[in-house]
Design a protein around this ligand. Structure first.
Ligand SMILES: C[S@@+](CC[C@H](N)C(=O)[O-])C[C@H]1O[C@@H](n2cnc3c(N)ncnc32)[C@H](O)[C@@H]1O
Length: 503
């Protein structure tokens, strides 16, 4: 693929991507290691205590089965990934020593509730922009059953004894002759955005067996994989419906209120920065907007690409998202419950033409002159507090909106870099404003507050856990001023300031 980036940048990208792939590949061993530790604790019990808890070894076996199911999904996802670079063999120069050095660095530990693990350090982010075109999925080719997966695990073990490779075996299951059709026009919307659409005719596949992916990564990286699994529940799981109803439903309603008469010939455009696994962007597209999700985490991008482009049917995949911790479970069954996804098959969900995912840093991509006054709407959900400098985010949002354009935002102000000093050796910039200051800065950039309320919600929560972190997220609609003497044409509604909850 042609690339506008320098060779050094590309090498860095390949390294970052390798590390993410390795993190995904490390998931199984790390999860099995946890279970081994739980086994060992069990064996230390006295025989009377053991007798009391004789169901635990069976539970551990069940947990192992769940890990295999999760790994099965991960391998399928990796195997379907068409990397934006020629990953080559050994290109990028990442060797195990690189990671050994990084292992000792203070990478933040995962904490999904703090939403830090996925985006708090540069590994796994995509600093340069790339546009991922969603494509209609038309064929299978991935391993479809867990039995098959078990067989591949057996192959892997056999490989350790010098037999056929796991990666090769999975690759053999990929169709060689199918092609995939693009859903959208997929035109790159920024000058230096590049495509890496997932077309099977261009499919190389990742040789997951290659030593450059068999890296031992810091445990914080594997925690990010566990966070992605929770994000899958939020965005695409049946169980995530409650969270989506809390966060996405009010946004979608507000978007419809602001754009009541949407033209099918010339649909309004909507940008969704920090799009995560793409569900909100997908829903906005279904409402009749030309939608672009923007995301810079490879962890997220690989997974959203798989769900958007490669899933064949609703509820096709199964994951066990809650097996990674024994804490706060009411019952063993709760911990071992499966989540099926996607609850909506994106390929047949009525996506509006022009839907795309743009990979890259929000500020870098949308401060480009080509993005000035380019968007009818910007929708952000749990995003603005990911900034090093939230003032910059607000400035970029304001500039990217057309005059009269609408910004709908929902989220807390849990600044992601607020604690960076505790894990990063370098002092990370972190501008942490109160809500009133955020609104003051927005107003400075010509964003006029039209509506405001608070929404009580969780983020990637296990709804059956005894611990629930709740946010009282700010939810607002702002309109970019039209210029001197001009009124916006947003349908009138009194400026509200109610809370939908008491706390
Ligand atoms: C807390 S998550 C929210 C994801 C999604 N909007 C949701 O509500 O589930 C924030 C997302 O923003 C992404 N992100 C953070 N900083 C970003 C940046 N500078 N450019 C693009 N994406 C960014 C992260 O990778 C992460 O996926």
């Amino acid at each position: 693929m042609e690339s506008g980036m320098s060779k050094i940048d590309e090498v860095m990208e390949i390294k970052a991507l390798r590390r993410v792939i390795s993190a995904y590949l490390n998931y199984t061993a790390a999860a099995e290691e946890d279970i081994k530790r739980w086994d060992r604790s069990f064996t230390k019990l006295s025989s009377s205590h053991k007798a009391l808890l004789r169901h635990l070894p069976k539970k551990h076996e069940e947990l192992r089965r769940c890990v295999r199911v999760n790994s099965f999904f991960i391998i399928n996802m990796l195997q379907a990934f068409d990397p934006p670079f020629d990953m080559g063999d050994g290109g990028g120069g990442l060797d195990t020593q690189d990671l050994t050095a990084e292992r000792d660095s203070n990478i933040p530990s995962a904490n999904c509730n703090k939403r830090q693990a996925i985006e708090s350090n540069m590994q796994g982010k995509v600093p340069k922009s790339e546009t991922l075109e969603p494509v209609k999925s038309s064929s299978t080719g991935t391993i479809r059953s867990c039995d098959e997966w078990s067989a591949t695990l057996a192959q892997a073990r056999a490989k350790e004894q010098g037999e056929e490779a796991l990666g090769r075996k999975i690759e053999d299951n990929m169709p060689k002759d199918s092609t995939r059709e693009s859903v959208g026009n997929g035109e790159a919307m920024g000058a230096d955005m590049k495509h890496f659409s997932l077309k099977l005719d261009a499919y190389n596949g990742l040789d997951l067996d290659h030593p450059s992916y068999q890296l031992h990564v810091p445990s914080a990286d594997v925690d990010k994989v566990r966070c992605i699994i929770r994000n899958i529940v939020r965005d695409w799981g049946e169980e995530g419906m409650t969270e989506r109803a809390q966060c996405y439903a009010p946004i979608l309603q507000e978007l419809q209120r602001c754009f009541p008469h949407r033209s099918q010939e010339s649909p309004p455009s909507c940008l969704v920065p920090g799009a995560g696994l793409g569900r909100l962007a997908c829903e906005i597209s279904r409402l009749g907007f030309i939608t672009q999700g923007n995301e810079f985490s490879y962890y997220m991008l690989m997974c959203s690409s798989f769900i958007l482009n490669q899933t064949q049917a609703p509820l096709e995949w199964t994951l066990y998202p809650w097996i990674h911790s024994n804490c706060n479970s009411l019952t063993n069954e709760d911990q071992l419950r499966a989540v099926q996804f996607p609850d909506l098959h994106p390929g047949s969900a009525g996506i509006t033409e022009g839907f795309s995912m743009c990979a890259g840093d929000f500020v870098e991509v949308y401060s480009h002159p080509s993005q000035a006054e380019a968007w009818d709407a910007v929708v952000s959900c749990f995003f603005i507090d990911t900034a090093h400098n939230i003032v910059e985010y607000l400035e970029v949002i304001a500039k990217a909106l057309k005059p009269g354009g609408v910004w709908i935002n929902l989220g807390p102000l849990l600044y992601h870099f607020a604690d960076a000093h505790s894990y990063s050796q370098e002092e990370e910039m972190s501008i942490e404003l109160s809500l009133e200051d955020v609104k003051m800065v927005a107003s400075h950039y010509g964003l006029i507050l039209k509506k405001e309320s608070m929404i009580e919600t969780t983020y990637t929560a296990n709804c059956k856990s005894m611990m629930q972190n709740r946010y009282f997220a700010s939810f607002w609609t702002m309109v970019k001023e039209q210029g001197p003497g001009l009124q916006d044409n947003l349908p009138l509604e009194p400026l509200s300031n109610h809370r939908n909850c008491e706390h």
